[in-house]
Design a protein around this ligand. Structure first.
Ligand code: NA7
Length: 539
């Protein structure tokens, strides 16, 4: 833990989290002259990339886009080595950013914020940490990440297992060697699908325990050579302009026609192009793909044809093809050789549908049908208490001592994803109520931090002490997020967007699904109007 004795006890802004959002928040607000303190649970910067070091961890947004745009010199000097960056390369990039702008000096690492309490007299926040620090801040900014509270399923006997257990979201920093071991992987979301091919290469025997199959598309990853990089860098301005208008924060626009307005030939060509591009972008090939079930079915059929061709055993293919949700209604995974991995002799797929895990014992996993899968190691690729899990870990008390977790007990309640009534000068960035998990999170982070920076400047220039979302604007935004989600097929999948992966969590679609560009326009208009929907409080 760093020596905190020289830090002031009172600051303008506390930023919680040193992921992509927190880092930029500290840099930007400090540059405006605010005194800023950052706290980070991990021992260094990186957020989700600090923790998710599992083999095969790779971003599903192209590296050229998954990078900060706020400084053109930074954009021009950094060289990405691959089309889709691996976790180690993203960490190198974030270290470079932290070093280049000397961001670490205002952070305390290996330290969790445990509570933030509003003083209603002064409208300042008292922030406490598990390192025993107590400090006063005018603004409390949460940049705690949407996928940072890991989820371990409640399985009987989980503590009895004699072998090693791992969660992909808390992977050991020294790595894991599975050579010669019998390994079980539970979970086939992004983390499972990305790690399974590499674990299979090491393990003596790999058993994948799959509850739901998932749609995944090959990354089509490749090294970037000098010429590709030069081209990308020369085109950065236009790339970013298009990204800011787009639904997902990257410069790729959906086909101009709706699915059935295009001819069969045009459709195949469009799907083929997206397939080649790789990954998550496939869900936006046509503009109606996640709103019209028949259109979705066409995209799904193309996907199925491609994927079945990669799997040798048709019975295994049957298990790997999802039939329970339309394509794109859970995040499409970006993989490298995932489906081909099931052609290996040392890999076995066990479907838990109708045959769930009954318990774990000393030697392995016992299934409902009585089979005992003997294992040396178990990998839980079982995901996160997404979007609210990391917020819930901190005791946030607003007006009247009300807990944020109580205010959000029926699902997150925000205005624009940024503020909540009863919690003045408290901001949550790139979280629930915003498009961050449905778009390129780095641009989402910049969008929010830049908005926040303008907001704080506005308050100071006009002599306001505080800003607070009104109850009405919060209710309207919650309703708008619901309306937008209900107009899509997204409500029909048991996704973490809906909290469906966490037993007992309210089934509420938490992100704003109206698109990154459209959302940017909305928050800009709110700022331009003098922050309508917020109450501005004079000192
Ligand atoms: P995900 O996408 O939430 O995947 C978790 C997986 O774990 C998923 O296949 C789950 O099956 C499975 N799971 C969860 N609980 C259980 C139990 N109790 N038994 C069996 N299987 C279970 O998390 P990831 O870490 O892979 O990815 C999260 C995001 O990171 C991803 O969307 C990208 O945005 C990056 P289920 O589907 O619930 O049946």
């Amino acid at each position: 833990m760093s020596d905190t004795s020289t830090f002031p006890r009172s600051v303008d802004v506390v930023v919680v989290g040193a992921g992509v959002t927190g880092l930029y928040a500290v840099h930007k607000l400090r540059g405006m002259g605010y005194s800023v303190r950052g706290f980070e649970r991990g021992a260094d910067v990186g957020g989700v990339w600090y923790w998710n070091r599992y083999p095969g961890a790779r971003c599903d947004v192209e590296s050229v886009d998954y990078s900060y745009s706020f400084d053109d010199d930074l954009q021009q000097e950094w060289d990405w080595s691959e089309k889709y960056a691996t976790q180690p390369e993203i960490m190198r990039y974030l270290h470079h950013v932290a070093d280049r702008f000397d961001i670490r000096r205002d952070y305390t690492f290996s330290t969790s914020v445990t509570s933030a309490e509003l003083d209603e007299e002064t409208l300042r926040w008292t922030v406490r940490t598990d390192g025993g620090e107590v400090l006063s801040a005018r603004f409390c900014v949460f940049a705690v990440g949407c996928l940072s509270s890991t989820h371990l399923p409640e399985v009987a006997g989980i503590g009895d297992f004699a072998g090693a257990t791992y969660h992909t979201g808390e992977w050991p920093h020294e790595g894991v060697d599975f050579t010669g071991l019998r390994v079980g992987v539970i979970g086939t979301g992004s983390s499972g699908i990305q790690s399974i091919p590499l674990i299979a290469e090491q393990a003596a025997q790999l058993t994948v325990l799959q509850r739901s199959p998932n749609y995944s598309i090959p990354a089509g990853n490749k090294p970037l050579d000098e010429e590709a990089r030069r081209e990308q860098k020369a085109g950065y301005a236009e790339r970013r302009r298009l990204s800011r208008l787009s639904g997902g924060g990257s410069p790729h626009m959906a086909h101009p026609k709706k699915t059935f307005e295009a001819s069969e030939e045009e459709r195949r060509a469009a799907f083929e192009r997206r397939w080649e591009l790789g990954g998550v972008l496939y869900s936006k090939t046509f503009p109606d793909q996640t709103t019209d079930l028949a259109a979705n079915g066409v995209a799904r059929a193309f996907w199925e044809e491609k994927v079945r061709a990669r799997i040798e055993d048709p019975a295994v293919a049957d298990l790997l093809v999802p039939t329970d949700h339309p394509i794109g209604t859970k995040r499409i995974v970006t993989d490298s050789d995932y489906f081909e991995t099931y052609n290996r002799e040392n890999v076995r797929l066990v479907s838990l549908r109708g045959n769930p895990i009954e318990r774990i014992d000393e030697r392995g996993i016992v299934l409902a049908d009585g089979e005992h899968v003997e294992l040396d190691a178990i990998v839980f690729a079982t995901g996160f208490d997404a979007m609210t899990g990391a917020v819930d870990r901190i005791e946030v008390r607003g007006r009247g001592g009300r807990l944020l977790t109580d205010a959000w007990s029926a699902g997150p309640r925000t205005y624009l994803g940024l503020g909540t009534d009863g919690f003045p000068n408290f901001f949550s960035l790139a979280g629930a109520g915003s498009p961050s998990v449905l778009a390129n999170v780095i641009l989402c982070a910049e969008q929010h931090v830049d908005w926040l920076a303008d907001c704080l400047r506005h308050l100071d220039e006009h002599g306001y002490t505080a800003i607070e979302a009104t109850e009405e604007s919060v209710a309207d935004w919650v309703a708008e997020c619901r309306r937008k989600a209900e107009a899509t097929l997204m409500m029909s999948a048991d996704s973490w967007y809906l909290g469906a992966n966490i037993p007992g969590k309210p089934r509420v679609f938490m992100p704003y699904v109206g698109g990154f560009g459209a959302y940017g326009q909305i928050i800009k208009e709110v700022a331009d109007s003098g922050y309508k929907g917020f109450g501005l409080i004079a000192g």
